[in-house]
Write a protein that binds this ligand. Structure first.
Ligand SMILES: C[S@@+](CC[C@H](N)C(=O)[O-])C[C@H]1O[C@@H](n2cnc3c(N)ncnc32)[C@H](O)[C@@H]1O
Length: 212
């Protein structure tokens, strides 16, 4: 997958989320209902991976409770934006930020207690996003390109007893996500959902227990 180069970003929006202040540039996903679905169900502990960190909001919330957080995003503008927000919200000592494609930039032995992913899921004409912001929603022709790749790779980066929280939409086959997690030996179920105009977004929890 192509990694775009980052020019000087302009932070055109400043938003508040509870006590957090977040700056967002036009090239970065602005937190929305899907972000909030994870945020309101988040009880972070140990070592957390925030996959697709965007503006860094979930990393910041996780860092208040967890020992340490690793934030990954393929969009270099997101990584820059997350760095700024992580600093101004006082948790830069607890979060590492990495630019890259899913688990590719992590060393094989990186094992987490919790993995979060508000995944891109919209079916798109183009196989590859044309601009950095499109990574936020572009799921390839089936809408499942990123989520399927994530499900294949995530279990080996999760501790026994560890938990994955993924947000997904009814637009891209939630049942398949649960089946694919189960095939990988994880116990997956929907723990929360929200109806939007054209879709329902669901929060899926997948646990790796002793039998996995
Ligand atoms: C829906 S946004 C979520 C952003 C943020 N976590 C939130 O909840 O507001 C999805 C994020 O995943 C990132 N992303 C998409 N494909 C990725 C990939 N292959 N590897 C890493 N990050 C990816 C996007 O750049 C985007 O920032």
């Amino acid at each position: 997958m192509k990694i775009h180069k980052c020019k000087s970003p302009k932070y055109s929006r400043k938003i508040r989320f509870g006590d957090l202040t977040l700056y967002i540039s036009d090239d970065v996903y602005e937190p929305a209902e899907d972000t909030l679905l994870i945020a309101k169900n988040l009880k972070a502990e140990g070592l957390v991976l925030d996959m697709g960190t965007g503006c860094g909001i979930l990393s910041i919330l996780a860092a208040y409770e967890a020992e340490h957080v690793v934030a990954v995003d393929i969009n270099p503008y997101a990584a820059r934006c997350a760095k700024l927000n992580i600093e101004i919200n006082g948790v830069s000592g607890k979060v590492d930020i990495i630019v890259g494609d899913l688990f590719a930039p992590l060393i094989e032995k990186s094992i987490f207690d919790m993995i979060l992913f508000n995944a891109p899921y919209l079916p798109t004409e183009e196989a590859e996003p044309k601009s950095p912001i499109e990574y936020a929603w572009a799921g390839g022709r089936s809408g499942r390109k990123i989520i399927d790749s994530f499900i294949k790779q995530a279990p080996k980066h999760l501790k026994i007893g560890g938990k994955i929280l993924v947000v997904q939409s009814t637009l891209s086959n939630v049942e398949k996500t649960i089946r694919e997690f189960n095939k990988q030996g994880l116990k997956a179920r929907i723990i929360d959902k929200q109806n939007l105009f054209f879709e329902t977004i669901v929060l899926i929890e997948a646990i790796k227990d002793m039998s996995s």
